[in-house]
Design a protein around this ligand. Structure first.
Ligand SMILES: Nc1ncnc2c1ncn2[C@@H]1O[C@H](COP(=O)(O)OP(=O)(O)OP(=O)(O)O)[C@@H](O)[C@H]1O
Length: 299
């Protein structure tokens, strides 16, 4: 089932082409990573999905309805949103903030306390928000976004300000929501963290889609080499096995194409003296850098 459907969407702000000819479909239960440099059009895409702004051209459908049309209220009750640089009423306690948003959203009274526990703020529930650290405010923002078990969750830089443990907990919560059937859009500049969580990525540049697909599809499209580290003393490679290799203290490092990997692995594993082999596939960071090279076109 398609939850979000953007078709040939354009958004112009007085001379700024924030989005151009954008097509995007997000299936139910999918986690989409939305990436791009500053000003690439990520927040504009999120605002269109939320129905906060309307496209200049093209069509936006969320749950098969126009999110900025007469069904907006009905759609928004099924949405959760965490904006970048979240801020709350400073004089209220964390629990009061969540109760307030829960009432606006028509959620059950029990949920705010459960959510505060889920994001690790149980002990701080009755403290005023003005005493919260940046990371605690971010956790409160997450709890707010999770109110009402949203079917579609939009998260703009959700892990900014979170420590490594809280970031890990956050991604576990995201995975649990996905398992429960939620659809999630994640914008982040911290690519290493989101790499394991997302099903698919859309990379934007100056309002246009540069590349889209799963990490494995993007690796194929980018055709970046795989780095292989062969560890062992006195390793000898058969002649002409690799054009591109160099010796290191631990053994040999080489680069092979993704297509060669499965074909060459048996030969590498049978090398005399091989003690260990480490295979480094191109990361999301590598793929992102590749598509953002000046020569890369758009999809
Ligand atoms: N209300 C507005 N009026 C004029 N221009 C705008 C407005 N909102 C966004 N823009 C412009 O549209 C483009 C896309 O902005 P957007 O906020 O979507 O980028 P972003 O990818 O979210 O960037 P960042 O990573 O910095 O948050 C930018 O050039 C921005 O200056």
């Amino acid at each position: 089932m398609i939850i979000v459907d953007l078709s040939q969407v354009e958004k112009h702000y007085r001379g700024v082409h924030a989005l151009q000819q954008l097509d995007l479909q997000i299936q139910q239960g999918e986690i989409l990573g939305l990436f791009g440099h500053n000003g690439a059009g990520k927040t504009t895409t999120i605002k269109l999905i939320l129905g906060l702004i309307k496209p200049s051209q093209g069509e936006v459908r969320v749950f098969d309805k126009n999110p900025a049309g007469s069904h907006a209220y009905q759609i928004r009750r099924q949405l959760g949103f965490l904006q970048e640089n979240v801020s709350f009423y400073q004089q209220m306690t964390g629990l009061e903030v969540l109760n307030y948003f829960a009432k606006l959203k028509g959620c059950t009274a029990r949920q705010p306390r459960d959510l505060l526990a889920q994001v690790g703020l149980e002990q701080a529930a009755d403290r005023r928000v003005k005493t919260y650290s940046k990371g605690m405010c971010q956790r409160l923002g997450l709890a707010q976004a999770l109110l009402g078990a949203p079917k579609l969750l939009l998260l703009d830089e959700p892990t900014v300000g979170l420590d490594p443990l809280a970031t890990r907990d956050f991604y576990s919560s995201i995975d649990a929501l996905k398992q429960a059937g939620s659809t999630i859009v994640l914008c982040s500049h911290l690519l290493a963290g989101v790499e394991k969580v997302i099903d698919r990525a859309l990379i934007l540049k100056q309002g246009r889609a540069l590349a889209a697909g799963s990490l494995s599809e993007l690796r194929q499209q980018a055709d970046l080499p795989v780095n292989i580290e062969l560890q062992g003393q006195g390793l000898q490679l058969p002649q002409n096995l690799f054009a591109d290799f160099h010796r290191t203290e631990k053994g040999i490092e080489c680069q092979i194409s993704q297509q060669q990997k499965m074909h060459l692995l048996p030969q590498l594993l049978s090398l005399p003296g091989l003690e260990n082999i480490e295979i480094h596939m191109p990361s999301l960071d590598d793929v992102y850098a590749h598509f953002n090279q000046p020569s890369s076109g758009t999809v």
